[in-house]
Design a protein around this ligand. Sequence first.
Ligand code: AR6
Length: 261
Amino acid sequence: MMEKETCVEQLISYLLDVLPEYRAEAEAVPMDAPARRYLLRCLMNVWNPRRKLPEAYFALEQQLLSVETREKEPVDVLALPEKEPGIALFQGDITRLSADAIVNAANSQMLGCFVPGHGCIDNAIHSAAGLRLRAACYELMKAQGHEEATGQAKITPGFALPARYVMHTVGPIVRDRVTEKHRQQLRSCYRSCLELARKHQLRSIAFCCISTGVFHFPRREAAEIAVNEVQEYQKKHGDAPRVIFNVFQDEDRDIYEDILG
Ligand code: AR6
């Protein structure tokens, strides 16, 4: 592969060809490697899938992202110790997980996060998987013809991620207090993903803490619902996949440690 920095510059240049409105801003970004890499991420985040990129962009992006994926040291989820039969816990970045599927906390547009450099999981997953993920989501959503309902899930390849698939699910948005409907919708997110996993005969699935960030579902209650739904499902289906609860923050780790004993 060409030098990483050259690769980043080439990818920025491809993106600016289809996003000329960002050219002036991009030119003002200093030439140091971390700033240029961040610029690339931001341009990827704002890319509209109707602006056609050349195949060469996707090929080069795949090269860069797969090197970065290796550098982040993928974690084999089947090697994680189990908290109870069929359930493991992992604290850290979900884009490191080498699982059959990781679960993304999406929104109803289901095209990933368009806010440049945003810290949500949707942004992290799309940025690490590459723009073929947004293109794949765009095709699915175009075929569907309407926004994704809360509690449903869709599956795409993982592209440059170490995970084979990504499941995209839309959790409930909590405004002031949690209602029974919110609880049912959150249960449904977990169940829909587990159903998809079984349908695709997957052996492992890593869930993030759906809805507990931007969507404001209280963490403790969300974790109780998540664990309960997974346990019930695994009890009912002998061929249910191994589940990894992926926590990011210490507070969530403590909650899951407590619930899983
Ligand atoms: N790895 C694992 N977990 C993470 C990571 C990561 N790299 N980054 C964040 N988290 P959120 P939501 C955790 O807000 O509440 C997006 O903009 C984070 O600590 O990402 O379902 C979508 O486009 C939290 O526990 O998702 C939607 O518009 C969890 O991921 C909206 O946010 C979920 O936080 C969805 O909101």
